[in-house]
Ligand binder design. Structure first.
Ligand code: GDP
Length: 644
């Protein structure tokens, strides 16, 4: 570690630190001199003892606390802080933010500026946000609710068959002739209790919901085929369930097959920390067959047992709130949505807000197509009466009257237009230092994808070793192969960053990465990965340069033109291609050339830019090794500054 780095960590100046080091007889020359780890620890303790470091903390304690409501403008903030607006404008300029007294300020900026003037700001939620904040229930009002279960596992191991089998076994002979309604979830009624099953199995759906902030699943059933045993997606499912902190019950399916081997499956999953009770562990595992229905009752019993241990509770007597499982436009009934009540009881006639829509519940149907008037916690119902179709994962809440519901929905629609809604803060390497310092980030979660398993392990080991007292590094998922959609959603849902090692980037996923704002980094040398992350943790990550995609074109033909050289006849598939911006040629996922787009033609004419859906000719001057099938990406360079 260098002197200036330690000084920064201790919140003192390098000069102060050097003078303290000299007193301790540590020979350092300047702020770039390095100090070994032992000395750093020693110095830290010494300075704490002398109160040199603590002094800073004490000063922090004297910050005056004030509460503000957003939006607030420069002028308003100046009044609250008792300073001149020009003082704020000056600070803004230092932060590279141009503004005037009517500029509305973001929460981060407000907090930062206020701190300089010895104020600590608490931002109060706006009226419509306040409605969404769930009041805590008094413990005495809570009563047990039934569990919500999702099935996960490798493809073809029998998730869908099991869901069907469970559903069928629970239908009484009287109901057998009726058509079952697929509303996205169903409820199984047993003597000892009830269980709700989500109809969309798989960890992708599970994590996509989580990425939207919707946690509905209480227990995951991991389905493993007894003949095939654990497969890559079995492991993915385990990691996804773990990242969500949801307990796992293992269903070993297809035990009717002659080559079924329950013990082998139990042994396999033991290496992922799932140990069955007969092997001395705590995980409930049941052998089942979706085909013969053997073991289904035991599985349901195991789920009730697991639920009992979880002590799931809710308040049945309050305004309902929950999550949309699916939404659609029904020909006869207009917008309908299947919702799962998480707390409270939903009634026909309630005023609701869901996503950006409001409404008054006209009718409710359960999973058997029966009209119901009330839906208690964990009960899936299909509701009608909303003014639009909400999306899966949207929250729904009941408010006191329809007028309020309408007002809030309208405000939310405006926010969506301003793209402010659903902008969940994600973890990126650029801002982890601040988050660690503010104590918001105690664990840096990492997903590692590499070319071989050996690399995953080495990287995991080297990265987890970077853990400090303040922040622990933890790999939540690792695997061989390229970064895929489920990795991105897992990162988004779990606030993780993704490290790709010796793998190619899949261009098709760029959009998703951007949408989910996930930090994905590719490396070919382990040292570079560890040093980047260490630097980020110490707040020393150099402002990086980021390539911002402007457009992408596919090369269809090659022409040789005298004076210009090779011209790639392209079709613009996305965005636009702009002359004189940077371009990179990509072949099979590798960047084979990077340079300035020297010439751009539309038919025979020179063009400044060519939009999506049009053909163009692109030339890179001297570079001629372009082939049909290559991709050309046009991009802008932006400096990534640290989030403040
Ligand atoms: P999913 O991809 O996990 O949803 O798997 P499916 O439910 O679609 O099942 C995949 C295949 O396995 C289908 O051909 C099923 O008929 C078969 N299958 C599912 N469960 C069983 C079982 O318990 N025994 C046998 N023999 N086959 C099963």
């Amino acid at each position: 570690m260098r002197v200036y780095q330690l000084a920064k960590k201790l919140h003192i100046t390098s000069r102060q630190l050097i003078s303290e080091l000299h007193k301790l007889k540590v020979d350092v020359k300047g702020h770039m001199s390095s100090i070994d780890d032992d000395t750093a620890v020693l110095v830290q303790q010494e300075l704490k003892g002398k109160k040199i470091v603590r002094e800073k903390k004490e000063r922090k304690k004297t910050l005056k606390k004030i509460q503000i409501k957003l939006p607030i403008m420069v002028n308003g903030l100046a009044i609250r802080l008792g300073i001149k607006p020009s003082e704020i404008l000056k600070r803004l300029l230092e932060l590279n933010i141009i503004g005037n007294i009517n500029k509305s300020l973001s929460e981060d900026v407000i907090k930062l500026i206020a701190r300089e003037f010895n104020y600590e700001i608490e931002v109060l939620p706006s009226e419509e946000e306040a409605v969404f904040i769930e009041e805590k229930d008094d413990v005495s009002k809570l009563t047990p609710r039934s569990p919500v279960v999702t099935l996960m596992g490798h493809v073809d191991h029998g998730k869908t068959s099991l869901l069907d089998a469970i559903r069928e076994t629970n239908i009484t002979s009287k109901e057998a002739g009726q058509i079952t309604q697929h509303i996205g979830a169903y409820k199984v009624r047993l003597n000892k209790g009830q269980i709700t099953f989500l109809d969309t199995p798989g960890h992708e759906a599970f994590t996509a919901m989580r990425a939207r902030g919707a946690n509905v699943t209480d227990i995951v059933v991991l389905v493993v085929a007894a003949d095939e045993g654990a497969k890559p997606q079995t492991v993915e499912a385990i990691d996804h369930a773990r990242a969500a902190g949801v307990p796992i019950v293992v269903a070993i399916n297809k035990i009717d097959l002659p080559d079924a081997n329950i013990t082998r499956v139990k042994r396999q999953v033991r290496s992922y920390d799932l140990t069955s009770e007969d092997m001395g562990g705590k995980t409930l595992m049941v052998g089942v067959s979706a085909r013969t229905k053997e073991g289904i009752d035991e599985l349901l019993e195991a789920l009730l047992l697991e639920a009992e241990m979880l002590e799931l509770k809710a308040n049945f007597h309050r305004l309902a709130r929950g999550i949309v499982i699916e939404g659609k436009l029904s020909a006869g009934r207009g917008p309908v949505a299947t919702v799962l009540v998480k707390n409270g009881t939903l009634h026909v006639g309630d005023a609701v807000i869901s996503g950006v829509y409001s409404g008054k519940i006209k009718s409710m149907r359960d999973d058997r197509g029966q009209a119901v008037k009330d839906a208690p916690p964990s009960m899936p119902v299909e509701i009608s009466g909303l003014f639009g179709v909400p999306e899966a994962g949207d929250e729904f809440i009941v408010v006191k009257d329809e007028k309020l519901a309408k007002e809030i929905a309208q405000k939310r629609r405006m926010k969506v237009r301003e793209k402010k809604l659903g902008a969940v803060a994600r973890v990126t390497l650029e801002d982890i230092y601040n988050q660690i310092k503010e104590g918001q980030l105690k664990e840096l979660k990492i997903i590692i994808k590499a070319d071989v398993q050996g690399s995953v392990e080495v990287l995991q080991d080297s990265l987890e070793k970077l853990s400090t007292e303040e922040v622990k590094l933890k790999m939540i998922h690792g695997g061989v192969g390229g970064v895929n959609e489920s990795d991105i959603m897992l990162a988004a849902a779990s606030q993780a960053i993704i490290i790709g090692f010796h793998i190619k980037r899949d261009l098709a996923l760029d959009e998703l990465i951007e949408k989910e704002k996930v930090d994905v980094r590719f490396y070919n040398v382990i040292y570079e990965a560890t040093s980047d992350i260490r630097a980020a943790m110490e707040g020393l990550l150099e402002p990086g340069i980021k390539k911002v995609l402007v457009g992408r074109a596919e090369v269809r033909e090659i022409f040789r033109v005298s004076r210009i050289g090779t011209v790639a006849g392209c079709f613009v598939k996305k965005g636009k291609i702009v002359r004189n911006l940077r371009g990179q040629v990509i072949r099979d996922g590798d960047i084979i050339y990077n340079g300035s787009i020297n010439s751009l033609k539309r038919f025979k004419e020179d063009a400044k830019e060519v939009e999506e859906g049009f053909e163009c000719g692109i030339g890179f001057g001297d570079f001629g090794d372009i082939k049909a099938g290559d991709m050309i990406e046009c991009y802008r360079i932006e400096k990534v500054t640290r989030r403040l």
